[in-house]
Design a protein around this ligand. Structure first.
Ligand code: UGA
Length: 500
């Protein structure tokens, strides 16, 4: 029986919370769910491969206990069901890392690689300290040959570093092959993406041993992925392809968001423009939804990583090109916040503003780099009272994001200005504006007549995700603003048009 293990190295241990937060306007017991890099737990073909045993190891007893409980530490549609079926059959969660390493044939390293917050490459380069410690742990413990699979998103040439560490510390009779097998799952659709991936990428050394290791991993995926969708290449191409895929996706969003600004200034409608260009089969219609800005742990991190790589390779023009994807995203978030302030008669001080949605996209409780964090930050800086509602995100998570010194250096200010509400009607009660930051499906079905009744008049609604029926909201009486389309504002004459 083939044994695979994942290593998940804990870098931030969060605590279980059952207390009530003073800024939570509803009685509800809270269980803080740590945001694990859940992909590491999803990558193996459990249901399809009963002949393969997967052991997930982690330093944190608390996290492993959560994975062994009925309340998994992350929310992902369909994940609970899969884990329940196979846990303790051929899927195990354990803190016994040494045993995991000793028994495994393949070891997946799935640790965090956050953007460095110190030293060389601060704010851009990926921090590889957890990768390095995982590699050292394997080298210390292993007594027979292993295939080590790099699953975390890493800079190009990271596999080489892992390989160097392993080989510099290898014991007699122990050989290592290091593969790159990047993850392409997206949060909210991870189970679907896992079961029907567009492609699986495996990179390895172009030597006889390297090719044999690649083939071993190909055989694992072949249990449920058609062979033509499993592609193999050299390690560096595989590592770069991961960064390139995320950079291209982020670039598409920044491109359509750039167009949204032009649409607002000209009277064009960004959804119509996206539809028109998306019908060109060379362009395609995916990832063309204008928004208040992309979020998530991956796009910004990976693009910045690519920018840093280009700078290190002495390619400043290329670095500037990709940096612009991030700059445009910052601009889009700032632009939308400014619109809220301008519409509310140029001041939001002491006004109540409801924010609907705090996760970075629907169907996930993940809040990393979410647009809502920045909207809250900008509006808080103007002295607004923010009332947040999200169907999934826990209150502790919201406060932890807002109390990050990069967002607000005064916990006192956050405490005074932010309230988390347990339903949208409560959040909007007495508010001057509702701002939609996440595209949760349930937002479409609310009783907006009731929401309107409870709000201060004029009542403003800012749809940062283009999900609502704007005409019906206008009919109710709302002043509606959205991205990439002028609604209730009078036509603005283009600058320069008068001189033409
Ligand atoms: C992304 C990639 O899509 C995955 O392929 C990749 O594996 C993953 O990063 C990763 O590197 O781990 P994810 O961040 O989970 O996945 O979510 P996406 O669906 O890509 O959305 C990212 C952000 O872009 C979200 O804030 C979303 O709302 C926004 N978005 C997406 C738009 O604003 N417009 C769009 O048209 C699409």
């Amino acid at each position: 029986m083939r044994k695979l293990i994942n290593i998940y190295n804990v870098c931030k241990t969060k605590h279980l919370k059952t207390s009530r937060h003073p800024n939570h306007e509803c009685s509800k017991d809270l269980l803080y769910r740590s945001r694990l890099c859940w992909r590491s737990y999803m990558q193996c073909p459990r249901l399809q491969c009963p002949h393969i045993t997967v052991t997930v190891v982690d330093l944190s007893q608390e996290r492993i206990d959560q994975w062994n409980s009925n309340s998994l530490p992350i929310f992902e549609p369909g994940l609970d069901e899969i884990v329940k079926i196979v846990r303790n059959k051929n899927l195990f969660f354990s803190t016994d890392i040494d045993k995991g390493i000793l028994e495994a044939d393949l070891i997946f390293i799935s640790v965090n690689t956050p953007t460095k917050s110190y030293g060389l490459g601060k704010g851009r380069a990926a921090d590889l300290k957890y990768i390095e410690s995982a590699a050292r742990m394997i080298a210390n413990v292993a007594t027979n040959s292993k295939i080590v699979v790099e699953k975390s998103t890493v800079p190009v040439k990271a596999a080489e570093s892992i390989s160097n560490i392993l080989r510099a510390n290898q014991k007699a009779g122990v050989k290592y092959q290091v593969l790159s097998n990047p993850e392409f799952l997206a949060e909210g659709t991870a189970v679907k993406d896992l079961l029907r991936p567009d492609r699986v990428l495996i990179g390895g050394e172009q030597t006889q041993d390297g090719r044999a290791a690649i083939q071993t991993l190909v055989e694992v995926y072949k249990n449920w992925v058609p062979q033509e969708n499993v592609i193999t290449m050299n390690t560096w191409s595989s590592e770069l392809s991961k960064l390139a895929a995320n950079a291209f996706l982020a670039q598409r969003i920044s491109s359509i968001n750039a167009m949204s600004a032009v649409c607002e200034a000209t009277g064009a409608d960004v959804s119509e423009v996206a539809h028109a260009i998306g019908m060109d089969s060379r362009i395609g219609n995916k990832f063309l939804k204008a928004s208040v800005g992309f979020g998530g742990s991956c796009f910004q991190k990976d693009v910045l990583n690519l920018v840093y790589l280009c700078e290190c390779l002495n390619l400043p023009e290329v670095a500037t090109y990709w940096q612009q994807v991030i700059n445009l995203n910052d601009f889009q978030r700032r632009r939308f916040a400014n619109r809220v302030i301008e519409c509310l008669f140029n001041t939001v001080t002491n006004k109540k503003i409801a924010i609907f949605g705090f996760s970075f996209k629907k169907d996930t409780g993940d809040t990393r780099e979410s647009a809502a964090i920045y909207m809250t930050k900008y509006l808080m800086e103007e002295g607004a009272h923010i009332r947040i509602y999200d169907p999934k995100v826990e209150i502790e998570q919201i406060f932890s994001e807002l109390n990050n010194p990069a967002i607000c250096d005064s916990p006192e200010q956050v405490r005074q200005l932010v309230t988390v509400c347990c339903n949208p009607y409560m959040a909007a009660e007495g508010a001057s504006a509702v701002v939609i930051c996440t595209e949760w499906d349930e937002f479409v079905n609310y009783d907006y007549k009731q929401i309107y009744k409870g709000m201060l008049k004029p009542a403003f609604l800012f749809d940062g995700r283009l999900i609502l029926d704007h005409q019906s909201l206008i009919d109710i009486g709302f002043h509606v603003e959205t991205i990439g389309k002028r609604l209730s504002r009078p036509n603005v004459i283009r600058q320069g048009a008068l001189t033409n």
